[in-house]
Each structure stands twice: as structure tokens, then as C-alpha cells.
Design a protein around this ligand. Structure first.
Ligand code: AMP
Length: 112
């Protein structure tokens, strides 16, 4: 999508601190980290949020979770939280599907 921040980051049109990239997804460190390690994993294809996942694109999401397992394993991250905010009330500020991967500090449950 031409006017989407994360589409531009995935395309390399806006710089980011890249963690991982393949033909399907892109991972980069969050600009405002909420934990000692905080990166985002996004599909290269524009998907607005979890609410837009369907049988047509769910293979992309499965791949993203494989990539999360791979990146965390490679980085020696054993305990972490994966979060996706959907909609304004939940705190979604960028309307392009993304999974936050947070680690390196104690976390509370339930989240605030
Ligand atoms: P959410 O609020 O769940 O939609 O998450 C969006 C995340 O994107 C926030 O944690 C922001 O800090 C992060 N973010 C926004 N712009 C950038 C950017 N240019 N590079 C890296 N992370 C960003």
C-alpha cells in the first residue's frame, strides 16, 4: 500500500534497524522499545491487522511465527512475549499487521 509506513519500511524506502528479512516478511527493532529487546515482525504484503487474516493469507502468518521461533532461538531468547494490537482501543497505531516480540525484563499479567 503506497501510503503505509510499514510497507515502506519492508520495501527499504524508510530506514530501519533490520533484524531479519526473507521474501515473505521483515523484522526490525521498534523505535520506542518497551523492553530491553523489542522487535517487530511484519508481512511484506499489506495486511491491515489480525482481523484481516483469512484462509487466503494465513500461510504468511504461519511463516511469521516460524520466523519468530527462529530469530529468538538464534538470539538465545528463551522467554518472550508476542503481542499484536488490533484497533485503536487495543493500542494499534500502525494499520499494517505486526507482531511485537518483547523480552529481557519481567512482565506482568494481565497486561495494562
Ligand atoms: P502498535 O502501536 O501496536 O500499532 O505498534 C506500532 C509500533 O511501531 C510502536 O511500538 C512504534 O514504536 C513502532 N514504530 C513506529 N514507527 C516506527 C519506525 N519508523 N521504526 C520502528 N518502529 C516504529
Amino acid at each position: 500500500m503506497s501510503d503505509c509506513l510499514f510497507c515502506k519500511i519492508a520495501a527499504g524506502e524508510i530506514p530501519s534497524n533490520k533484524v531479519y528479512e526473507d521474501e515473505v516478511c521483515f523484522a526490525f527493532y521498534d523505535i520506542a522499545p518497551q523492553a530491553p529487546s523489542h522487535f517487530l515482525v511484519i508481512p511484506k504484503e499489506h495486511i491491515a491487522s489480525v482481523s484481516a487474516i483469512s484462509a487466503d493469507n494465513s500461510a504468511i502468518v504461519a511463516h511469521i511465527f516460524e520466523v519468530i521461533a527462529k530469530i529468538t532461538k538464534e538470539k538465545g531468547i528463551e522467554s518472550y512475549r508476542v503481542v499484536s494490537n488490533i484497533g485503536e482501543q487495543a493500542g494499534q497505531s500502525v494499520p499494517h499487521l505486526h507482531f511485537h516480540v518483547l523480552s529481557g525484563r519481567d512482565m506482568t499479567w494481565p497486561p495494562g
